[in-house]
Design a protein around this ligand. Structure first.
Ligand code: SAM
Length: 352
C-alpha cells in the first residue's frame, strides 16, 4: 500500500495536500499529493521504503486540520459490474484483520449520488470479507477499519485505518441533530468542536452548572445556547440582537460592546468562545492574550481563513499563539476544519 487517502470538504484539497506534505515530511518519508479541486479528497503517493501503513502509524490523526478521515491503501479501477466483490477480495489479501467496513464516497454532489449504491454494496461485501476472515464476525472497535472509497461504481481506493488514529465516523462526518431551541445553525459548530476536542470525561469536568463563559461575537446566540444548555452563566458580547428565549433563561448577560475591548467580570471565566468574523491573526492574538492574562481557563474559537493559502494562514496563527504563550510545549492546541465549518476552522486552546 503506497497511497495515503484523506477526505476533506470540497474546495480544500490544496490545503489538505499542503498539510499532508508537511506532516509526511516531518515523519521522514516523502511523496506528493495530487489535489484535484472540488473532488473532496487527496491521494498522496508515497515513495521510498516505508509503506503508507507505516507512515500513517507515525502520524497522529488528531494533528490533522483539513482532513476528515484518512487511510493507507491503493487505487483500483475497472471493477466489473457483474462481480465487483472478487477483485476487491483479491486486493484485500494481506491486509490485517479488520473490525469494521466503511464503503464511503466523496462529500460532493456526484459523490452523494453513490450513497445508496455504497449502502447496498456494503452488505454482500461485508459477508464475503467475513467469509474470508478479513473482517471479524462482529464489529470490533479495537481492530483496524477497512475503507472502500468509491469514486464511481467501478473506481476507487481500498485500504485500512488504525483504531485510535482515525475518525470513528462514517465518511469522517460527525452528524448532529439541530437542537430545536437553538437560534442559529452555527450552534452545531460549537457542539461538534466540544465532542471532537474533549473526551467525555473532560466534557463532564469542564462544563458544569454554575461555571462561567464569555461568548465574543455571540449574536443571535447559537454558541451561547450550547453553553447555557450545559448550565453555564454567559456574558454574550455583540452589537447585534440576542435571542429572547436565551435571555429568558436568566443565565445570559448581553453587552453590546467591542469583543476586542471587553474584559470579563469576574475573572477568570471557565470558557472563552469566539465566532467573530474578523482577521484570523487578530483573533488568534486575542485568544492567546486572554489565556496569558488569566482571563479564561480554556477557549474554543473560529479562525475565518482567506480564500488562498489557508494552511499557511493557519500556521501563522499557530505561531502567534505559541509566541504569545511561551512556546508549543506550554499549550494544548487542537484545530480542525469541522464538518459544520465553511471558510473557517475551529480551535481548542488551553495552557498545560
Ligand atoms: N456564534 C453566533 C451564533 O452561533 O449565533 C454567530 C456569530 S456571527 C458568525 C458573527 C458575529 O460577530 C456577528 O453577530 C457580529 O456582530 C459579531 N462581531 C463581529 N465583530 C465583532 C466585534 N469586534 N465585537 C463583537 N462582536 C463582533
Amino acid at each position: 500500500m503506497n497511497t495515503l487517502v484523506a477526505y476533506c470538504r470540497p474546495g480544500f484539497e490544496h490545503d489538505l495536500s499542503d498539510e499532508l506534505n508537511r506532516l509526511v515530511g516531518m515523519s521522514g518519508a516523502y511523496g506528493y499529493g495530487q489535489p484535484n479541486t472540488g473532488s473532496g479528497f487527496v491521494a498522496f503517493e508515497l515513495f521510498g521504503q516505508q509503506s503508507a501503513v507505516e507512515v500513517l502509524s507515525q502520524l497522529d490523526f488528531t494533528h490533522l486540520v483539513f482532513g476528515r478521515q484518512w487511510f493507507a491503501g491503493y487505487q483500483f479501477s475497472d471493477l466489473p459490474a457483474n462481480d465487483r466483490i472478487t477483485p476487491l477480495l483479491q486486493l484485500c489479501e494481506g491486509v490485517p484483520q479488520c473490525g469494521e467496513i466503511f464503503v464511503e464516497f466523496p462529500d460532493t454532489d456526484s459523490g452523494r449520488e453513490l450513497a445508496t449504491f455504497c449502502r447496498k454494496f456494503t452488505v454482500p461485501l461485508r459477508q464475503a470479507l467475513r467469509g474470508k476472515g478479513i473482517l471479524s464476525t462482529k464489529p470490533d472497535p479495537d481492530l483496524p477499519v477497512l475503507h472502500v472509497f468509491m469514486l464511481d461504481s467501478s473506481r476507487g481506493f481500498v485500504g485500512v485505518s488504525q483504531p485510535g488514529n482515525h475518525s470513528p465516523h462514517y465518511n469522517g462526518i460527525q452528524r448532529l441533530r439541530f437542537p430545536s431551541g437553538a437560534p442559529s445553525r452555527s450552534t452545531l459548530k460549537l457542539e461538534e468542536a466540544i465532542r471532537l476536542f474533549l473526551s467525555e470525561k473532560q466534557q463532564n469536568q469542564w462544563f458544569k452548572p454554575g461555571m462561567t463563559g464569555v461568548d465574543l461575537g455571540a449574536c443571535p446566540g447559537g454558541w451561547t445556547y450550547q453553553l447555557v444548555s450545559r448550565g453555564l452563566q454567559v456574558q454574550a458580547i455583540d452589537n447585534g440582537e440576542i435571542d429572547e428565549q436565551l435571555m429568558a433563561t436568566g443565565l445570559v448577560r448581553h453587552y453590546a460592546v467591542d469583543g476586542f475591548k471587553y474584559q470579563p467580570n469576574p475573572k477568570p471565566v471557565d470558557w472563552l468562545v469566539c465566532d467573530m468574523i474578523e482577521r484570523p491573526d487578530r483573533v488568534a492574538l486575542l485568544m492567546a492574550q486572554w489565556l496569558k492574562q488569566g482571563w479564561a481557563k480554556r477557549a474554543i474559537f473560529n479562525l475565518k481563513l482567506p480564500m488562498k493559502k489557508r494552511f499557511d494562514s493557519y500556521l501563522e496563527c499557530v505561531k502567534i499563539i505559541e509566541d504569545t504563550l511561551g512556546g508549543a510545549a506550554r499549550i494544548d492546541l487542537k484545530a480542525r476544519h469541522l464538518y459544520h465549518d465553511r471558510e473557517e476552522i475551529t480551535l481548542f486552546l488551553a495552557m498545560r
